[in-house]
Write a protein that binds this ligand. Structure first.
Ligand code: ZN
Length: 303
C-alpha cells in the first residue's frame, strides 16, 4: 500500500495535510553540547503551536544515535495532534561518539531496514532514511552510509533525505545515490539547499528529478536565509514547483517558538506560508506544504 509511515502507523498520503518537511522534536549531538532537544513537554508545546496554525505533519530528520527519542514520539504525536514521521539513518561521523559508530559498522543495511519495517528501539517504525554528505564532497563514512541507505531503499521502497553540509555537494550525492546505486531521483530529498544558494546547482538537481528541500531561518544560516525567496521563485519559474519542500529545521531549544522565543515550527505557517502565497501564489503554497510532501513521504512499501 502507498502510505506515509508515521510513528503511530501507516496513513494515506492525503491525510498528511500541511507538512513541516524537515524538523526536529528531539536531537542531541556531540557537536552541540548543552543544546540538546530532549524535553518532552517542550516538544509537545512546539507541535501544538504548529498545529494551532493548521500544521498536521512534522517530519523529524533526527537519525539513529542522536537522541531522537523514539520512545516519546508517539506521545508527542498524540498530545500535539500532528502526524510524526521519524527517521532511521546516520549523520556525519563527527556527530557521534566513536564507539557508537564502531557498534553499527558493517550492519547499517540491516539496522535501517529493521527500523523501517519492525521499529526503532523503544518506539514505532521509521518512515525515511536520513543521511549526510560532507562539505563540497563525500568522505568514506558518507559513501558507506549512502550505500547502505540505497540498499535499504531497494529493500523497502523508502525515501532518502540528505543533510548537505552548508548546502554543498548535492550533485555528488545524486551521482552516488542515483547514478551509481540506482535510487530513483524522486525517492531522494536534497536538504539544506538554501545554505548554498547557487541557483544553477538547484536547477540541475530539480531537472534530475529529486525533491529540493529548503529550511530555516536560523542563526547558523542567517547569511543565506535572505536568499530563500529568490531561490524558490527561480525554481518555480524554471518549472520545478512540484519538487519544492520546506521545513523549520529547529535544532536547538533557543530556536523554538514555544520555549526559546525563536522562530520555531510556527514560523513556517505564521510568516513563510503567507509570504509564499503573496509572492508565488496559493497553488505554489499548496504544492510546497501539502501536495509535494504527500508525494515525497508516501512510499510503496515493499515490506
Ligand atoms: Zn535537520
Amino acid at each position: 500500500m502507498r502510505a506515509a509511515r508515521t510513528v503511530l502507523g501507516d496513513v494515506p498520503a492525503e491525510d498528511l495535510g500541511i507538512c513541516d518537511a524537515h524538523d526536529h522534536l528531539f536531537f542531541r549531538s556531540a557537536r552541540l553540547p548543552g543544546q540538546e532537544l530532549d524535553d518532552v513537554p517542550a516538544a509537545i508545546d512546539e507541535a501544538r503551536a504548529f498545529h494551532a496554525l493548521g500544521g498536521r505533519t512534522v517530519v523529524q530528520w533526527t537519525p539513529y544515535g542522536l537522541g531522537r527519542r523514539a520512545d516519546a514520539l508517539a506521545e508527542v504525536s498524540r498530545a500535539g495532534d500532528v502526524h510524526v514521521i521519524a527517521a532511521t539513518g546516520l549523520h556525519q561521523a563527527a556527530h557521534y561518539e566513536p564507539e557508537v559508530l564502531r557498534e553499527v559498522r558493517g550492519r547499517l543495511d540491516a539496522l535501517f531496514v529493521t527500523e523501517l519495517t519492525e521499529g526503532m528501539h523503544g518506539g514505532g517504525r521509521a518512515g525515511m532514511i536520513k543521511v549526510a554528505g560532507g562539505f563540497h564532497g563525500l568522505d568514506g563514512h558518507a559513501r558507506s552510509v549512502l550505500g547502505a541507505a540505497a540498499r535499504a531503499h531497494q529493500a523497502t521502497g523508502t525515501l532518502i533525505g540528505v543533510h548537505h553540509e552548508l548546502g554543498t555537494a548535492s550533485l555528488d550525492v545524486l551521482d552516488l545515490l542515483c547514478g551509481r546505486h540506482g535510487v530513483p531521483p524522486e525517492r531522494v530529498i536534497l536538504g539544506h539547499l538554501n545554505r548554498f544558494p547557487d541557483p544553477r546547482v538547484h536547477a540541475e538537481a530539480g531537472e534530475a528529478g529529486a525533491f529540493l528541500a529548503f529550511d530555516g531561518p536560523s542563526r547558523a544560516n542567517h547569511a543565506t536565509d535572505w536568499r530563500l525567496f529568490d531561490l524558490l521563485a527561480a525554481l518555480v519559474e524554471a518549472g520545478h514547483a512540484d519538487r519544492l519542500l520546506l521545513g523549520g529545521d529547529t535544532t536547538t531549544a533557543a530556536a523554538r517558538a514555544s520555549t526559546g522565543g525563536g522562530p520555531g515550527m510556527p514560523y513556517l505557517l505564521r510568516v513563510m506560508r503567507p509570504r509564499i502565497v503573496r509572492d508565488l501564489g496559493e497553488d505554489v503554497a499548496e504544492k510546497i506544504f501539502v501536495a509535494n510532501p504527500a508525494r515525497a513521504f508516501a512510499v510503496d512499501w515493499r515490506c
